[in-house]
Design a protein around this ligand. Sequence first.
Ligand SMILES: Cc1ncc(COP(=O)(O)O)c(C=O)c1O
Length: 477
Amino acid sequence: MTQPMARAAAPIHEQIYTRFRSMIEQGQLSPGQKVSSLRALATELGVARGTVQVAYDRLLGEGYLVARGPAGTFVSEHTAPARPAHAKKAPVAARPFARPSAPETIVDMEGGNPAPLQMGLPALDEFPRKVWARLMTRQARKVGSLNKPPPAGYMPLREALAAYLHRSRGIDAHAAQVFIVPAYTASLALIVDALGLARESAWIEHPCYPPTAQTLKRMGLRICNVPVDEHGIDVGFGRKRFKNARLAVVTPSHQSPTGVALPLQRRVELLDWADAHDAWIVEDDYDGEYRYRGHPLPALKSMDACGRVIYCGTLSKVLFPGLRLSYVVVAPNLVPQFELACRRTVHGGCPELMQAVVADFIAEGHFSRHIKRMRTLYARRRAMLAEALAPYAADGFVVHLQDGGMHLLVDVREDLDDVALASRACDAGFAVRALTTWRNGSHGRRGLLMGFTNISSQAQAQRLVTELFRAFDLRAR
Ligand SMILES: Cc1ncc(COP(=O)(O)O)c(C=O)c1O
């Protein structure tokens, strides 16, 4: 790796990544071998340190390299030479949950084991607990992590998130532009407070994640329901009907809950609207990482030349919801007013110990590796649930597979009431949701929302779906 990088079409970090990968696969770099430090390689190649960092992060994330703290970075022991990347390792067989009895009939949506088909949860059975425990023990030994946290967030976490968002979501932001909050709803509260939007009107997607509407209403905003069609929020409708709105809250990567992605033309329309009307866009990118066909779509924020998009991310979907850590990314000119609002709204900040553990988890490459592994796992679990539901399509329960997301939307026939079906399912211990509830009860397409991330086998998927339809009791109607 000593020749300077060629001025080829591929970006330099891509060239470094490709060269390392092929040297590892061809055995020119052997398992366990130490590789140059970031600084040394950057000097050697005459490129910026950040460029090497991007390539190294990708190699770490894909398991070609491992970081061993101060000892340096090494070629992974598990990387056998001359094997194509896709044939490297058989995916770990999904383990069923260790539950004492009647595993599929536990309902506990606020804590404990996940209820069957519960949406909004990552695969709790596959969380890397050992790594987490190690990082947690290390941080707990430090006196600093027991101190009161800064209101805007722990700086190393803000730095790690800024670097991650740059790599994976195409967002250019300095750490100072990233604010740590305990939850997505707290992000909304912070944004409304910092931008003084409490008496304004806000577009929300119709249907949308219920806490979005509830939080905005509670904060005094007037809600403007903008319909969602097969391409996401109908920006033209919003422009015509709700001209004076100052805020739009959207889920462009996978509309929540329909799963559709907002196409480029509508993204541009939305950005133009915000710029022309002195309005703000909240991009709720709650599960943007999980796309099963092609690459994850870049965030809307990555196209935001005018600084109108406030980006909201959460660690609930990637790590675990019990963490209670989310984040907001704002344009540089908004930093002072968000810093002030953080002191008013975030009530002392999020526990520094947890922030420090997540910072290490990201910086040491575990985060990227975990996302990559979950992407493969979720694609499999999604296919299992879709396959188990396929025989019911003839009865009007059609699954519309979207390219991304963590749940399925299943159509419900016109003559059936999705709210009643979800309630029967709930009585039987399932956490299935009705689409009508996400539209605040108004008429429209009926459907059921089902999470697939915690399904551990095809047999379990089959059994759950059979039990679910038994609970629907369609013949008794
Ligand atoms: C659409 C949407 N946005 C945001 C969130 C994240 O919420 P939190 O940060 O409170 O876990 C969720 C979680 O389910 C969600 O479904």
